[in-house]
Write a protein that binds this ligand. Structure first.
Ligand code: FAD
Length: 387
């Protein structure tokens, strides 16, 4: 039976970043992707907010991987985007308080940002309104290293680099089963026409996103990880339509708050305003006319719950009107739906080898800020594999 050195399951940003990282280090890499295309990133990697997070939200005690890899990943990502001249903008972000009671929460996030090595500055209402005149606040936390990215262009570059280093991508190819053997892991793959094939791999790297728990159980039936998919809807408006909608260029977030979903209570960064990118006449990237408003999160009806009616625009409006009072529900229209791979019972990502199979590396629950952190996650994954 044919044997390959490393098989990666999933060609989203994590699988593609791993493929680039490992192929550049000289490993023979095969990537299996169930969808027909790689560069569309049809699951989480294209259906996201496209924000480069600076890394201020994550408590190093309870979310050590997110705390360390987001800030490091953002720095690596900016270097990468600049090197390959990919669409992005280091536009900065304001986390705004709309009443005095929220200011201590911002202070707490500033302390956390400092612990994570992230630059922030508490600013007054006047400073905030100089930066974004239509945003209402009683003060804000300014995060200069937050930004926006075109996730699909980034994914495409990772794919091109990995391919250039010899990684092979098999699309419309689903991992359907795995058996541990003395000489490796025997994988069963299913093609688009239903035909199946088997081959051996030395390493299996599970980057299956919303299906990573199922892949983990193929390797180890005792695995108890469970992905609890969370649907996130986004609306949009055109900042050029009315003077009251003038958002200059920043990401604007509310003060984080707790929400309760069927899987339990968790802190959310909240429904935010995020500019989209547009190429300027000088060739540089700047903020385009569209601003997204989202995500509005709730338990998903299945792992690929993209269809179906979005929440009424009034629901998005209600979330942001306290800090963006010029917006009216009728200014909003549906933008996109995404589903995040939230790992039930875990606040942090789990990146680990399998207890039943030390040559299988799992990336489990890679929800936000997985896009931002993808290069650092891949480096971390390779280091785990190389011991
Ligand atoms: C609404 C939303 C907003 C977000 N906003 C941000 C943000 O602003 N900033 C940020 O940093 N992050 C954000 N994220 C998170 C980010 O998008 C994810 O962390 C990242 O895309 C995860 O990439 P991935 O490769 O793990 O998963 P995916 O992109 O889901 O890729 C997994 C791939 O595995 C394939 N696959 C699954 N099972 C199999 C199988 N058995 N065989 C073969 N292939 C298989 C799938 O088809 C898929 O292509 C957001 C996510 C969502 C949903």
């Amino acid at each position: 039976m044919e044997k390959v050195a490393v098989t990666i399951v999933g060609a989203g940003v994590i699988g593609c970043a791993m493929a680039r990282e490992l192929s550049a280090a000289g490993h023979q890499v095969f990537v299996l992707e169930k969808n027909p295309g790689v560069t569309q990133g049809e699951n989480q990697s294209s259906r996201n907010s496209g924000v480069i997070h600076a890394g201020l939200y994550y408590d190093p005690e309870t979310r050590p991987l997110k705390a360390s890899l987001c800030a490091r990943g953002a720095a690596m990502l900016y270097d990468f985007l600049e090197k390959y001249d990919l669409p992005h903008l280091r536009c900065g972000k304001m986390v705004v308080a709309t009443d005095g009671a929220q200011l201590p929460v911002l202070q707490m996030y500033q302390d956390r940002a400092e612990a994570n090595g992230v630059k922030t500055r508490l600013i007054t209402r006047e400073e905030a309104s100089n930066l974004e005149p239509m945003v209402h606040s009683t003060g804000a936390l300014l995060v200069p290293d937050s930004g926006i990215i075109d996730p699909t262009a980034y994914l495409h570059q990772l794919y091109a680099l990995a391919s250039g280093h010899g990684a092979e991508f098999l699309t419309s190819t689903t991992l359907a089963g795995a058996t541990l053997r003395d000489d490796g892991i025997e994988l069963t793959v299913r093609y688009r026409d239903g035909a199946e094939d088997n081959f051996l791999t030395g390493w299996l790297v599970n980057c299956a996103g919303l299906y990573a728990d199922q892949v983990a159980r193929m390797i180890n039936p005792e695995s108890t990880y469970h992905i609890d998919p969370m649907r996130g809807e986004a609306a949009r408006f055109y900042r050029t339509k009315r003077p009251e909608l003038w958002v200059r260029s920043m990401n604007v977030y509310p003060t984080p708050y707790q929400v309760v979903l069927p899987g339990g209570a968790y802190w959310t960064v909240g429904v935010h305003l995020t500019p989209t990118l547009e190429q300027m006449p000088n060739g540089k990237w700047g903020p385009g006319p569209v601003v997204t408003v989202g995500p509005l999160n709730f338990g998903a009806n299945g792992r690929e719950d993209y269809a179906g009616q979005m929440r009424p625009m009034e629901d998005f409006h209600r979330e942001v009107v306290s800090y963006f009072p010029g917006l009216r529900p009728e200014d909003l229209e549906p933008h996109q739906v995404g589903v995040q791979a939230r790992l039930a019972g875990h606040q942090d990502w789990v990146v680990t080898t399998d207890p039943a199979c030390p040559r299988c590396l799992h990336f489990l629950g890679i929800d936000s800020p997985g896009l931002t952190s993808s290069l650092a996650l891949a480096q971390y994954g390779r280091e785990l594999m190389e011991g």
